[in-house]
Structures are given as C-alpha cells and as structure tokens.
Design a protein around this ligand. Structure first.
Ligand SMILES: Nc1ncnc2c1ncn2[C@@H]1O[C@H](COP(=O)(O)OP(=O)(O)OP(=O)(O)O)[C@@H](O)[C@H]1O
Ligand SMILES: [Mg+2]
Ligand SMILES: [Zn+2]
Length: 510
C-alpha cells in the first residue's frame, strides 16, 4: 500500500514543502529512504522503528520504501521522523490516509516515541499557513509557530499522542499566538547599561552617532580601556525592534536552531562576537547546504570584531560587500540564497601588538616594523569602509573611582530614537534606511554644508588626503551629528566633529 504525507525542510532561511511517500510491499524485510537524504535522515529509520515499537506498533516484516520528494533538494536533519512514522502506519493500514491529507507534520522522534524540537519551525509555520495546511509540531516549537498570525497548528509531545489524535481519540494542544504573551519590558530588558562605563565621553559620543545613523565604528585603545564594554552596550541604545524586524531575526535564529524552546530568547537585538579565527564561511555564511554566517546572525544588531587585525584577511575581505549592501548572496548550482545582513559593525584593536603605543604611562615595546605590519593587516579598502575611527585612551583612576552618575542607556537611546525619527521622515518611512546608506545622489540632496562648513571640508580634504569615499563619509556622519542636534543645516561644528572621526586615515595608515 502507498501513503503520502506532507512535511517541510529548510533550505537557506526558507522552508520548502516536501511530500513523503511510503510504500509497504512484500519482499525482503528492510527500510530504504531515497531522495537525497543526509546522514541524520538516513538514521531516521532506526529512530522510527524504535519509536513505533515503544508506541505499541511492531512493523510487519516487509519491504518499506520511503521517498522524499522533490528529489533534487538536499534533505537534512531529523524533522522527517514524525511524517515517516505516520506514513509507514498509513501504508500498513493502521491509519486512514485521508486523515493525514490536510496536515503538515514535522518532528524528531526519540527512541521512546516522544517528540523532540526541530530547527526552522518558524519558516515552516509560515509555509504551512501559505499552503493552507494545518501544522503538527513538537511542543517545544509551539511558541515559534505562534508568531505566525492566524496559524492553524497543534503541538504534541509524543508520537502516540499524534496517532490518537488522528484517530479521533485524543486532543492536541492548539498553538496560540505568542505575541500576546510577550511583555514589552521583556523585549528590552538588558543585562548591561552604558551607565556602567565611566568617562570615555569621546567613545560614548561616537557610539551614539553610530547607533543613530547606522555608522560602523573602530575603537582603538590600550588593553582595559573599555572597548569591549562599549561594544557590548551598543545594542542597548538602539531603538526597540519593530515587529517585522523581530520576525526577521526570529526566522534566522529558528533556522539556525538558536531559538530553543521559544521565541523570547531572540527578542533583543543580536550581539555577535565571532572569534578572530572564524573562517570566511563562518563569518558570511555558506556550505553545501548554505547556512547563515555570523553577519546574518547579527542582522539588525551588532557584529563585534574584537582584535580586528588578527582576523583572517580573506574573512575581512569577505565582509566588504555585505557591509555596504546589507545582504549577502550565496550562489549554488541550482539556487541562489540571499541572507539578510544589516548590522552595525564595531571593530576593536590595540594601537600596536603590545597595546601601549598611545599610553602616556606605559612604554610600548614594539619595533617600528612590528607596528607597521600590525597596521597593514587591515587593508585600506576595509578601513575606508569604516565610518568612525575612535581612539580611546586608558581610563584614569580618578574617572574610574568617581561616583558621578553616568548617563544611562535609556537616556542615550531617547536621543538615538529622535535622530532616527528624522531619518525616517527623510527617507519616506523606510525603517531600515539610515544616513550611512545614503547614495551619492542623496548625499548631494541632504548633505550640503553651509559656507563655513564647505571651507573647513575643503581644507580637511587637502590635509588628510581623503578618498572620495572618505569625503562622502564625512558628509554622512555630519548629517547624523546635525540630526542629533536637530539642525536642518550642516554647520561648521558638525563637519568639524565628523572630521575628527577620520583623522586616522592620515596618522596611522596613510
Ligand atoms: N570606562 C570604564 N568604566 C568602568 N570600567 C571600566 C572602564 N574601562 C574598563 N573598565 C573595566 O575594565 C574591564 C576591561 O574592560 P574591557 O574589556 O572593555 O577592555 P578592552 O578595552 O576591551 O581591553 P582589551 O584590549 O584587553 O580587550 C571591564 O570589564 C571593566 O571592569
Ligand atoms: Mg576587549
Ligand atoms: Zn607596542
């Protein structure tokens, strides 16, 4: 007898509908799975066999063939266990085929027949809704599915429960909307706060500008100056996630399997800090079944590259495109994948290999050539793409011991939100667009300095020998600074402050 059930698999960050055909026929007793299965899918037969046995069913000694269609998509992971088990039962006459038709089943089976959570439940739930199928999934994935509006879905904890439900003997839990249970406070409850960072006003100001205009940031300073501290707190001054932004992130984390047992986990803006040994694929994504890399996991949040010069050159070079475009394309023979990757980059480095080149109190023990080699690890084109270069000095004892209250993240965020509001109006309601993404045409339209500003800019161009990109960056940063000051005009002081953030072009790497 032949049975058919629907299931789904994720490829890239989208789910694809699958049909699972099971044929039970006379012949040598065996179970064969065909249709480009990976190892986890192949091992499915052992899990299914045990789960069925422990749920009270023994397989007849027959030849069982399982076909996963369409055959040209690579299948991975254990999510087909449940539909395969149900398909076998239907093909053996234990379940009625017509009772399976309007459902999409996913779930990994444990040997005792209980259901384990799977990756990608959110895009799969989206797919089920689009295809008008009711989704049956493991209990631990219910919250994810509940993010999809008007979804028809049920969650179960074991194979036995699902079988009972199909036969009309038991009831499954209906998946309800998760949104109603998400407390707004929960959304932005942060563990760290800018008020903990003493002094370092220059760097904090740069962080505020970065957050306001979406500019990326390079922090250069001796060990212990607070670079990591500041980077970690950057997500706390970004605006709250809009619902569509949250869904984008939740989808990525769902596919990556980083959303275990429910959605609230990803509710804050991501902060990703990959190690400097990370490969280009680890950073930007890829692989034979393409997976999102760190830049996609940092989407709508912060990507922190600590010890920046130690990163592999090919990894840094791979970042160039996504930093400018906000997404990455991964091409495979049959399909192209576009992963979103709009993030704020924060890089941190010491001024020299020993770290104390700029320290007023400790002597640097590096040779000139060591320092040069260290600086040259970051190529000009990459440095050119970083908007704000900030030197951060060692923190003085007096500042560190001071009891003066520092500004909280909440206060800074208020200003960031106001500056973003101005940009929202400027770019006609496009949430994702910030000053840093202005095209040359938009720069001409929105960033014309007043006379004094123009003069200052001309002088700086000559003295710093800036590239055209450097010139545009100064204008964009000035725009953000003026937005923070609620000034329509780009004035001299805005340009002057913006120029400060480009001086390293000449001092260090020229
Ligand atoms: N401005 C500051 N205010 C309060 N504490 C600070 C400050 N700067 C550094 N610290 C303290 O020093 C510790 C180390 O700071 P952090 O890790 O940010 O330094 P870093 O600049 O990243 O150094 P490294 O180059 O070694 O990575 C912090 O955990 C904090 O306790
Ligand atoms: Mg650090
Ligand atoms: Zn040194």
């Amino acid at each position: 007898m032949l049975s058919k059930t629907y299931s789904a698999t994720c490829f890239g960050i989208d789910a694809h509908l699958m049909e699972i055909e099971v044929d039970v026929a006379n012949g040598l007793p065996q179970v064969a799975i065909v249709g480009l299965p990976d190892q986890a899918v192949k091992e499915s037969k052992e899990r299914v066999r045990s789960a069925l046995k422990n749920s009270g069913f023994s397989l007849a000694p027959k030849k069982i063939t399982v076909n996963l269609a369409p055959a040209d998509i690579k299948k991975e992971g254990p999510a087909f266990d449940l539909p395969i088990a149900l398909g076998i039962l239907a093909a053996s006459g234990y379940l009625k085929q017509e009772n399976l038709r309007e459902f999409l089943f996913v779930g990994e089976l444990a040997l005792d027949g209980s259901l384990r959570e799977i990756k990608g439940a959110l895009p799969i739930a989206n797919l089920a809704r689009r295809k008008n199928l009711s989704l049956i999934l493991p209990e631990n994935n219910a919250k994810e599915a509940g993010l999809v509006e008007d979804i028809s879905a049920f969650s179960a904890s074991s194979l036995k429960e699902v079988i009972g439900w199909i036969n009309g003997e038991t009831i499954l839990k209906k998946v309800t909307s998760t949104w109603d249970h998400l407390e707004p406070n929960e959304i932005q409850k942060e563990e760290c706060d800018f008020s903990e960072v003493k002094g370092q006003f220059h760097a904090k100001r740069a962080a505020e500008i970065a957050a306001s205009g979406g500019h990326n940031l390079l922090l250069i300073g001796p060990p212990g100056a607070g670079k990591t501290m500041i980077a970690k707190r950057l997500p706390t001054i970004l605006p709250e996630l809009a619902r569509n932004e949250y869904l984008e992130i939740a989808k990525i984390y769902s596919v990556a399997g980083l959303l275990s047992n429910g959605a609230p986990h990803a509710l804050r803006r991501p902060f990703r800090a990959p190690h400097h040994t990370t490969s280009p694929i680890g950073l930007v994504g890829g692989g034979s079944i393409p997976r999102p890399g760190e830049i996609t996991l940092a989407h709508r949040g912060v990507l922190f590259l600590d010890e920046f010069p130690e990163f592999r050159r090919d990894a840094i070079e791979a970042l160039r495109g996504p930093i400018e475009e906000g997404w990455i394309l991964i091409s495979r023979a049959k399909m192209n994948f576009i992963f979103p990757a709009q993030f704020l980059t924060v890089c941190a480095m010491n001024p020299c290999p020993c770290g104390y080149l700029t320290s007023p109190t400790r002597a640097c023990c590096c040779t000139m050539s060591q320092i040069q080699k260290y600086h040259h690890k970051i190529s000009g084109p990459i440095l050119d793409r970083i908007d704000l270069h900030v030197e951060i000095p060692a923190i003085q004892y007096k500042e560190l011991a001071s009891h003066l209250a520092e500004e909280s993240s909440e206060e800074i965020r208020k200003r960031v939100i106001e500056a973003r509001q101005i940009q929202l109006e400027r770019f006609s309601g496009r949430h994702e667009k910030t000053n840093t993404l202005m095209s040359p045409r938009e720069i001409r339209k929105y960033c014309t300095p007043n006379e004094a500003g123009k003069k200052l800019l001309e002088q700086a161009m000559k003295e710093l020998e800036l590239s055209a990109r450097g010139y545009h960056k100064i204008l964009k940063i000035s725009r953000t600074i003026a937005d923070l000051a609620k000034s329509e005009t780009l004035r001299e002081e805005h340009i002057a402050e913006a120029i400060q953030y480009r001086t390293l072009d000449r001092n260090w790497f020229g």
